[in-house]
Design a protein around this ligand. Structure first.
Ligand code: GLA
Length: 696
């Protein structure tokens, strides 16, 4: 048995993981041998086995067939390929839906979905849970001590296809969840504001999920149902996790794969329940800014794990099969986007899937081994990336230290994007990206944070959008600012509490003192119009126009803050648009009451960061298209330079922290002054640590 080393997220794998989903049940045993022989070429060291193979492990209810899996795991061990063993419960076999139709999910319009695809289960079904746990019990008891197995993979992409179910079983579970949350029907009536539209409940049995209604369903009912649904799926995860924990040695971590900015599960809660975070990323090749989402999503994964390295559980080598048009990734994109995830904290680059399928719904999804076999461009790309990751072995376990945090809260996101709001034009992820991208472009290390977490360790906390905030969340921001953290808050934040009830008395009620202002009225902008912005007198920005708002504006009254930008036209002409407020305790806050165009947002965010004294990674601003990140171990620092642009750039790798004697990993190790990063390329530098302290 390999020794346990706390630095590594997979303690039994002292390297960056490389591999993917391996589905031997789709192939004959001869192909298994060919597969394992081929894994040696790119240096595959980790495969996720049998994610969706329930029907093969339990062909009929209660009858198990483990023979083939015994063979597969023994062969993996002999080949030196470690296994992330899945519980296989994400795709129930036809017999489950056929014998127990009540396990099949029901839509808000009352349509019961059929088996024939996957993930066709009601998250609240006791029958599904029972059958899933019986399988998990059998599998974990049998394989927990198998030396090929180094970690566990529970379910798969919870909620990807069925995040909610509106059936009667779910309705009953929802009522029980609400009874625990509110204690009494009176409290529920109060929280849901049922005095409105005569929605008052007189009996618990009247309470139902937000099924299809003639007009807007009750907003708090919708919000609670989304939270309940996330909890219901999480309960399935933790139940399987607990079964595994009863059998498995503790150094075999348990995870389930996330989907980045996935709107249906509160990943802060989910991450707390896992031993390590893993994630799937399928960039949209039709989006020229996919790499920015690639960076933000990876930072989110690192942050969800409290800074611990995470695993890229799935990506495609080349084409996928589920968007409208699915072109192949270029070799450069595949390499750059893979290394980008490592640059932001991933300690494994895994794929869906090892060998491209020849039948079924995903036969046009690329695999590491394509239909045409190893004589292909994409196979060579896989072999090259495998070699590169092997050379980066020392990066495993390295951390990133950030002085900037961006606040993200799932329930607030859900509440923001419900119907019946002042504007349906607000997208949580869209707003996050507008705040993230300027910092990313300048090369700051960025964390994401939960609003109720301790934010005081950051020099700068950005709150792009926090429509709904709990009392604890509101206080956490105030105490960070009072402790000297600079806090910047975006429009329409702090508007309601966690029940979606307005915090009245001038918005944002919890932060009027913090921000030194109050907002009289929200003024979303009708499609197509814009409002110009200009520097306020005394802001030191001169009189030049400073961009436009096109989605949102607010009528702001100052009570201590000073205006930095003001509205230039219309009814708000001369009123503050962006403000700054110095607190008596020494902290500084900013309020951004309008959406700004990209260039103005860039200038504003960089000004706020600079003003807060946050240091970017490099002393000189990176050229356009160049992404910079840093990871550190107690012994080494690694500087990643990724050129997403179309032209070569020259970079001065002098960092703003301690000076470092950089050497290049790979090719010619010397670095003399500036270095060139060709278009689409990635250069990784390493230096010995000059200092004793390491990233948190
Ligand atoms: C998801 C699933 C995989 C596969 C891929 C295809 O990530 O987890 O099983 O369907 O999508 O892109």
């Amino acid at each position: 048995m390999t020794s346990h080393d706390a630095r590594y997220v997979i303690p039994r794998l002292h390297a960056l993981g490389f591999g993917g989903d391996w589905n031997p049940e789709q192939w004959t045993p001869e192909v298994w041998d060919e597969d394992l022989a081929l894994t040696q070429q790119p240096g595959v060291n980790l495969v996720t086995v049998r994610v969706l193979s329930w029907a093969f492990l339990e062909p009929t209810p209660g009858v198990h067939d483990f023979g083939w899996l015994d063979t597969v795991l023994d062969k993996c061990l002999a080949a030196g390929v470690s296994v992330d063993l899945a519980t296989a419960t994400a795709s129930p076999p036809p017999w489950l839906g056929h014998q127990w139709p009540q396990t099949l999910p029901v839509t808000d319009e009352g349509v019961r979905l059929a088996y024939g695809a996957r993930q066709q289960y009601c998250p609240s079904s006791p029958v599904f849970l029972e059958r899933a746990l019986l399988l998990t019990e059998a599998v974990s008891a049998r394989y927990a001590d198998h030396d090929a197995v180094v970690m566990w993979h529970v379910g798969n992409e919870y909620g990807a296809h069925t995040p909610t179910c509106y059936c009667d079983v779910s309705a009953e579970a929802f009522r029980a969840w609400l009874a625990r949350r509110y204690g009494s029907l009176d409290a529920l009536n109060e929280a849901w504001s049922t005095a409105f539209w005569s929605q008052r409940f007189s009996d618990w049995d009247e309470v139902i999920p937000p099924r299809r209604t003639p007009y807007f369903p009750n907003p708090t009912q919708q919000l609670d149902f989304t939270t309940f649904s996330s909890d219901a799926m999480l309960r399935l995860f933790t139940a399987e996790r607990d079964v595994i924990r009863r059998h498995s040695p503790p150094d075999k971590p348990i995870t389930t794969n996330f989907m980045r900015f996935f709107p249906h599960a509160d990943y802060w809660q989910w991450a707390d329940a896992e031993d390590l975070v893993s994630d799937d990323w399928y960039p949209d090749l039709d989006d020229a800014r996919s790499h920015v989402e690639g960076a933000a999503g990876a930072d989110l994964m690192r942050s969800l794990g409290g800074g611990q390295p995470w695993l890229l559980m799935e990506q495609a080598v080349s084409a996928i099969n589920w968007r409208g048009v699915n072109p192949p990734k270029t070799t450069a994109e595949y390499r750059r986007w893979s290394l980008q995830q490592v640059a932001h904290g991933a300690d494994a680059v895994l794929h869906f899937q090892w060998r491209a399928a020849i039948g079924g719904a995903e036969k046009w999804h690329s695999g590491m081994l394509p239909h045409a076999g190893p004589r292909t461009r994409s196979w060579r790309a896989v072999v090259d990336l495998g070699a590169e990751l092997a050379a980066l072995r020392e990066v495993a376990g390295a951390r990133t230290s950030a002085s900037v945090a961006i606040v993200l809260d799932w329930p607030s996101w859900w509440a923001l994007e419900l119907d019946s709001r002042p504007s349906t034009g607000l997208s949580m992820v869209g707003i996050l990206k507008e705040w993230y991208e300027p910092l990313w472009r300048r090369g700051y290390s960025i964390d994401f944070a939960h609003p109720e977490s301790d934010l005081s360790g950051y020099a700068l906390v950005l709150v792009p959008q926090l429509y709904a905030v709990t009392d604890a969340g509101a206080k956490s921001l105030i105490s960070a600012a009072e402790g000297g953290t600079t806090v910047a808050v975006g429009y329409f934040s702090g508007a309601v509490d966690e029940r979606d009830r307005v915090r009245a008395g001038g918005y944002p009620a919890p932060w009027q003192d913090l921000l030194g202002l109050w907002v009289e009225e929200y003024r979303p902008i009708v499609g197509g119009s814009t409002i110009g912005l200009r520097p306020s007198e005394g802001s030191g920005l001169g009189a030049r126009p400073q961009g436009t708002a096109s989605v949102w504006s607010e009528h702001v009254h100052l009570t201590g803050a000073v205006a930095v930008l003001e509205y230039a036209h219309g009814e708000l002409a001369g009123q503050p648009a962006v403000t700054r407020h110095d607190l008596a305790s020494g902290g500084r806050t900013w309020y951004v009451s309008a959406d700004l165009d990209a260039a103005s947002m860039d200038a504003l965010i960089l000004r706020i960061a600079d003003d807060a004294g946050v240091e970017p990674i490099l002393r000189s601003a990176p050229p356009e298209g160049l992404e910079v990140t840093i990871r550190e171990t107690p012994e080494k620092r690694f500087l990643f330079l990724l050129n997403h642009g179309q032209t070569a750039v020259a970079v001065d790798p002098t960092t703003t922290g301690d000076p470092a004697e950089w050497r290049r990993i790979g090719a010619d190790p010397s670095v003399d002054g500036t270095l060139d990063v060709p278009a689409g390329d990635v250069v990784i530098l390493v230096a010995n640590q000059e200092r004793t302290s390491v990233a948190r």
